[in-house]
Write a protein that binds this ligand. Structure first.
Ligand SMILES: NC(=O)c1ccc[n+]([C@@H]2O[C@H](COP(=O)([O-])OP(=O)(O)OC[C@H]3O[C@@H](n4cnc5c(N)ncnc54)[C@H](OP(=O)(O)O)[C@@H]3O)[C@@H](O)[C@H]2O)c1
Length: 87
């Protein structure tokens, strides 16, 4: 299976990536530092091609209440739309 970990470079995500890479699955760590940004949509469609599973463990860069709400609403919306399109 192809498993895409959004936020795969973070504290939680990197541990998940390391553990899943010990299995036979293809594991992609996706985040802005690898050109995948769920807030802007950059690289999201591309990384989801042929994905079987998507795990989102991203986090907002700002903890200010409005910024956090905007981050998760926008990034989740973009991710769900792209995942639906990718099937
Ligand atoms: N750490 C904990 O103890 C803990 C406990 C309970 C729940 N959680 C939840 O688990 C999630 C991950 O937490 P964490 O501590 O692992 O966070 P983190 O270490 O701050 O990592 C955040 C991850 O999100 C990515 N990211 C930031 N902006 C993004 C964007 N626009 N598009 C895609 N990815 C983006 C970062 O990518 P770059 O590296 O490229 O910036 C990084 O991979 C959060 O929702 C948090 O609330 C964490």
């Amino acid at each position: 299976m192809k498993i895409v970990i959004i936020g795969g470079t973070g504290l939680i995500g990197s541990q998940l990536v390391n553990q899943l890479r010990q299995t036979a699955h293809e594991v992609i760590a996706a985040s802005p530092s690898s050109g995948v940004n769920t807030l802007t949509g950059e690289g999201v469609k591309e990384v989801l091609v042929n994905a079987d599973v998507v795990i989102d463990v991203s986090n907002s860069p700002s903890f200010e209440a409005t910024a956090v709400m905007n981050f998760f609403k926008t990034s989740n919306g973009n991710l769900l739309e792209a995942a639906k399109e990718a099937g």
